[in-house]
Design a binder for this molecule. Structure first.
Ligand code: NAD
Length: 490
């Protein structure tokens, strides 16, 4: 397995313009999941580091050096940041692949360009946001404006380390906020590099601060902090619940949560292109080794086409093999950690015990590499009540659920606690509209899967969370609405 990187690995927190080790000297080993080998050490930050980052962010915010400059100036600086990210595209792709085990083909074509796109989108949007004038009557003049919140804590996971962070950092700072970001302890490198580029672009020190470390230490210190105004979080439901408790126990900071999913991908018998649907279904679950919150992990297939469709799906899936993520032809990399691989294998074992029919995979792969690889895995005849149809696996494991009628499909699709993504494959416009209306999910894809579009809101219904990333809606999440009224004699 090749993993020699030509770029230096960022190994220190960024607070203001200072590159700092953890105040108490703690460090965490950062592992390359493709080889199981240590990449570098990163700071194991504690509340001391978080306090420094928050007070730095607050001071910068209060100084007005970013929060009160004109939106057009913020736009210009952010567009310079975009240029520098473009310059370092390849460096970033290599950092992300090495840190997260993702195929380099994906980090080059998706993670990095989509992250840059997020900064460009919010940079270009920020001088187009206006307030409103109220219809108050003849003796008053009223208007409402969007005020930045202040200090935003951003806590993100490891599956799209840079992209999840940029979907939050870009709109938060575009609105004038300062941020304190805690990446996942498993994937801190790309965001540290990009935060340094922000300084180089002219974003004032203290607007973007990055503190690495463990969730229960650095993360909890942010979520319980009395001077953080908001937490924007992407991650698991369990941690999301904890963040809401932390908010209630501290300063009632705002909380926005992007959580997990168990997304249904529905193939109706009138689907006009079963090959395209089979490719969509396979990549809907195997992309990024299945570690995607919107993975189409439940494939609902109408019984009349079940046999034919499953054959087509298996033809696609059988061509997908795990391999060294640094090789440009690799389509399936390693999962994030040994511990996560064991969790995935535990789900496979449970599905077998419950009686699901294993059609493909089910085992660890490439063990001699030292990395954490999993075969693409397909289970058929999964009962909607079994764990495999209800719990998020977050790995390359597909549960096929046959159904008879459209009503059955909708009941199964809507029958979990989640509501993040969903999809329907059909040749009928009216059926597509019916499903789009009745699916309880923040995202509905018709005849496709995962149309990743910065202009459209992204987020969940139900226990998949609340608040939206992407689109102009995300900008407003990072602002308070202030009403101003002038009284005078009419
Ligand atoms: P996780 O919830 O374990 O960790 C996410 C982040 O929270 C990490 O930075 C972690 O260190 C931090 N954290 C953990 N405990 C904390 C605590 N007590 N206080 C503060 N911070 C804490 O999730 P993960 O394993 O990194 O990522 C996988 C999960 O993320 C899956 O459930 C997946 O569905 C979800 N996810 C959701 C979306 C979305 O947009 N809806 C996108 C990607 C991933």
């Amino acid at each position: 397995m090749s993993n020699t990187l030509a770029v230096p690995l960022p190994s220190l927190n960024l607070i203001g313009d200072q590159h700092l080790a953890a105040a108490q000297g703690g460090e965490l080993e950062n592992i390359n999941p493709a080889t199981g080998q240590r990449l570098n050490m990163i700071p194991r930050s504690t509340s001391e580091d978080v306090d420094l980052a928050v007070s730095t962010a607050r001071r910068t915010f209060d100084s007005g050096s970013w929060s009160r400059i004109s939106p057009r100036t913020r736009r210009t600086v952010m567009l310079k940041w975009v240029e520098l990210m473009e310059r370092d595209r390849e460096v970033l792709a290599q950092l992300e692949t090495t840190d997260a085990g993702k195929p380099i083909a994906n980090t080059r074509s998706a993670d990095i360009p989509l992250s840059i796109d997020a900064v460009r989108y919010y940079a270009e949007a920020v001088d187009k946001i206006t307030g409103e004038v109220g219809p108050s009557g003849p003796d008053r003049f009223s208007y409402a404006v969007h005020d930045p919140l202040g200090v935003v804590g951003i806590i993100v996971p490891w599956n799209f380390p840079l992209l999840m962070a940029m979907w939050k950092i870009a709109p938060a700072i575009a609105m004038g906020n300062s941020v304190v970001v805690k990446p996942s302890e498993l994937t801190s490198l790309s965001i540290l590099h990009v935060a340094n580029l922000a300084l180089e672009a002219g974003v004032p020190p203290g607007v973007i601060n990055i503190v690495t470390g463990l969730g229960e230490e650095a993360g909890a210190a942010i979520s319980r902090h009395m001077d953080v105004d908001m937490i924007a979080f992407t991650g698991s439901g369990g941690v999301g619940r904890q963040l809401m408790r932390d908010s209630g126990d501290s300063n009632l900071k705002r909380v926005a949560l992007e959580l997990g999913g168990k997304s249904p991908n529905i193939v109706l018998e009138d689907c006009e292109d079963l090959e395209a649907a089979a490719r969509g279904a396979a990549w809907g679950i195997f992309y990024n080794q299945g570690q995607v919150c919107t993975a189409g992990s439940r494939l609902l297939v109408q019984r009349s086409i079940h046999r034919e469709f499953v054959e087509k799906l298996l033809e696609v899936a059988a061509q997908i093999h795990p391999g060294d993520p640094m090789k440009s032809k690799t389509e399936l990399g390693s999962v994030i950690s040994e511990q996560h691989l064991s969790r995935i294998l535990g789900h496979v074992q449970q599905a077998l015990t419950d009686g699901a029919e294993l059609l493909l995979g089910g085992e660890r792969a490439l063990e001699s590499s030292g990395g954490f690889y999993m075969q693409p895995t397909v289970f058929d005849q999964v009962d909607p009540q079994w764990a495999l149809a209800r719990k998020e696996v977050f790995g390359p494991v597909l549960a096929i659920i046959p159904f008879d009628s459209e009503d059955d499909a909708l009941a199964i699709a809507n029958g979990t606690e989640y509501g993040l993504a969903s999809g329907v494959w059909t040749g009928s416009i009216s059926k597509a509209h019916r499903f789009a209306r009745e699916l309880r999910a923040g995202l509905v894809w018709v005849n496709g899967w995962d149309a990743c579009d910065i202009t459209m809101p992204f987020g969940g219904f139900g226990q998949s969370g609340f608040g939206r990333d992407r689109s102009l809606h995300a900008l407003y999440k990072y602002a308070d609405l202030k009403s101003v009224s002038f009284s005078f004699d009419a």
